[in-house]
Design a protein around this ligand. Structure first.
Ligand SMILES: [Mg+2]
Length: 230
């Protein structure tokens, strides 16, 4: 892409994804014998598609833990767990997210390492713009991705969050770039794609599980597709 100087990414469910093997094991132990990572991922992506605008952090979600548990119970129900087991699935998932030093979004997305390294080899500057709770940098470091990144913006540290254009402009300003010199990649239509476009960046919707088959926005199913598109 002519004139491209930087690529910005979303954090959760884009560069870092849920530990689907861990969640699959938990679901199976609670009775969903045929639970599979892809089904959990698709259920989660569809849920987020419906609800993402409700998950803002500024002002803070009144009861973030309740929202977490409600969401994970809905995912569990979607993959076939009965109500009591779904609640238990949500409780244990939340506990793991709180107690594990990397949280539950601890796995680099497929191809993340290689894609970031290849983009950097093209002299592109790379950054993350995350609606997060102050731990985005630490989680990216623990997952081994921070080494490829020039910038991590965490909404809770800058006081503004996606989809507000100010957080995208802040990222551009850090690199001294115009919006036409960068693209943005994220998994949510409203927060990521429409937010980035509102700030003048060309967006790519990262639709790992195929929750947005009807959407006409530029859409990728794997991060490595960027290497051909950019
Ligand atoms: Mg995300």
């Amino acid at each position: 892409m002519a004139g491209l100087k930087a690529v910005f990414f979303d954090g959760g469910n884009t560069l870092l994804e849920l530990d689907y093997p861990w969640l699959t094991d938990l679901a199976r132990r609670l009775g969903a014998n045929r639970a599979a990572p892809e089904a959990i991922g698709l259920a989660g992506a569809r849920l987020l598609r419906e609800r993402s605008l409700r998950y803002g952090r500024t002002p803070p979600v009144q009861d973030a833990q309740a929202v977490f548990e409600e969401s994970f119970a809905a995912i569990a129900a979607e993959i076939g767990l009965p109500p009591a087991a779904a609640v238990e699935f949500a409780r244990r998932s939340r506990r793991e997210d709180q107690e594990h030093p990397q949280g539950l979004w601890r796995c680099p997305a497929p191809g993340a390492q290689a894609t970031l390294a290849a983009l950097r080899a093209r002299q592109l500057r790379l950054g993350v713009i995350s609606n997060s709770d102050g731990q985005a940098q630490a989680h990216l470091e623990l997952a081994g991705l921070a080494t490829h990144l020039d910038l991590v913006i965490d909404s809770s540290q800058v006081g503004v969050e996606k989809p507000h254009p100010a957080i995208f402009r802040l990222a551009l300003a850090q690199f001294g770039l115009a919006s036409t010199e960068a693209v943005y990649v994220g998994d949510l239509l409203d927060l990521d794609v429409l937010g980035a476009r509102g700030a003048g960046l060309a967006p790519y919707l990262y639709d790992r599980f195929g929750a947005y088959p009807d959407v006409t926005e530029p859409r990728i199913r794997s991060l490595s597709e960027l290497l051909d598109l950019l």
